[in-house]
Design a protein around this ligand. Structure first.
Ligand code: ZN
Length: 378
């Protein structure tokens, strides 16, 4: 019985795969009809290559001057087959001027160059110039969390098809519910909001180091008392009162990005980097980390809260001067790679663990962004 249904399941999957390809091909056909003067290259760009993320092996990106941050993020985007599946279906801009200014289109060109070329590395200069048109500066060191938000928002804004915008949002967006409760009366307000990353503090309110990623998550979703100068105005009490503020998890996306807040803005003007040891797991089950009270989700949603680590964007150096690289686990090969600008090499999980951090190594590499991928349902 089990075997038979297994066979049925497989053939159903094959049918699905075939119909997906047909759908994609008909979309390519539609694109061809829509475009004024479809060029062979544009058609080839939107063709379906299957789900290979490393068609010609892992390809590096040349550093064009302080572009290690951009390069690392691009590798994380382009190795994500869920993202490239959306990217391949964009509408090709009508003219050269629009093409040069369109971030998703330039990403698609870069992806094609990486997957079709035989070079060890390719240059992201056209995409970097395109971003600079949208006020993303060239030749300066960016903050990876900030640049990720900026690039993602540009991609979303410039994807013309509403269904792709929705898919992109669903792929990356985390939904939470913020609760505020007056501690003097019964007033309680709830507000739903969405975010692109979970910005996790690595220190608690007493500036003590949190010990693991799970501790950081637990702390982030713990209620906080707003007292003294943090009190809020209560409409029911008619004055400023202490409040209890809490955040509940509503929805987690397929691609979950966690931002470890290692850059600390103290009262002084200097930004401090917190390099201490903070381990994170390869497998992360949110149901095992958060309590019932910290969630506002049904059992179907919660059943999907099992994740495995897909990428680590690591930073080495100080807050003012440093370097980024990305460790990414191929979703099709299940092997880890280190993408360090034009240099790419296969690595082991033990190498990735070196980004846990170390208090005595201020130049050492530390994980800054963690990207987890939802596991397939069992
Ligand atoms: Zn009140």
């Amino acid at each position: 019985m089990g075997q038979r249904s297994g066979h049925q399941e497989r053939s159903k999957n094959l049918e699905l795969a075939a119909s997906e390809t047909m759908k994609a091909e008909s979309k390519v056909q539609n694109n061809k009809d829509e475009a004024e003067e479809p060029k062979a290259k544009d058609q080839r760009l939107t063709l379906v290559f299957g789900v290979a993320d490393l068609k010609n092996g892992a390809i590096g990106l040349y550093n064009i001057g302080q572009s290690c941050c951009l390069n690392s993020l691009l590798q994380v985007f382009l190795m994500n087959i869920h993202f490239t599946g959306i990217l391949r279906r964009i509408t090709v801009p009508p003219c050269a001027r629009h093409k040069s200014r369109n971030v998703p289109y330039q990403m698609l060109l870069l992806l094609e160059e990486m997957q079709c070329g035989k070079q060890k590395a390719v240059s992201p200069i056209a995409l970097a110039r395109c971003l600079s048109v949208h006020r993303v500066k060239l030749f300066v060191q960016h903050d990876a969390a900030q640049l990720f938000l900026t690039v993602w928002n540009l991609i979303k804004k410039q994807m013309k098809k509403p269904e792709l915008v929705e898919e992109l949002s669903n792929l990356y967006t985390i939904c939470v519910q913020e609760h505020l409760a007056c501690q003097k009366c019964s007033l309680e307000t709830k507000r739903n909001s969405s975010m692109l990353t979970l910005p996790l503090p690595v220190l608690d309110s007493n500036s003590h180091r949190l010990k693991t990623l799970e501790d950081c998550l637990q702390y982030f979703f713990s209620p906080e008392e707003l007292t003294h100068h943090n009190m809020c105005f209560c409409e029911q009490c008619g004055r400023r009162t202490p409040f209890l503020q809490s955040m509940k998890l509503v929805r987690l996306p397929q691609t979950l990005t966690i931002h470890l807040k290692r850059f600390c803005f103290e009262k002084s003007a200097n930004v401090q980097k917190l390099s201490h040891y903070l381990p994170f797991p390869q497998d992360l089950d949110f149901n095992a980390v958060l309590t019932e009270n910290q969630c506002e989700a049904d059992s179907d949603e919660k059943a999907g809260w099992k994740y495995e680590l897909f990428a680590v964007v690591a930073h080495s150096g100080s807050s003012s001067c440093g370097h980024y690289c990305a460790y990414i686990r191929s979703l099709t090969e299940h092997k880890w790679y280190c993408f360090n600008d034009s240099e790419v090499c296969q690595v082991l999980w033990d190498d990735v663990k070196c980004t846990y951090g170390h208090s005595n190594l201020h130049w050492g590499e530390t994980a800054y962004l963690l990207v987890y991928m939802k596991k397939r349902p069992q």
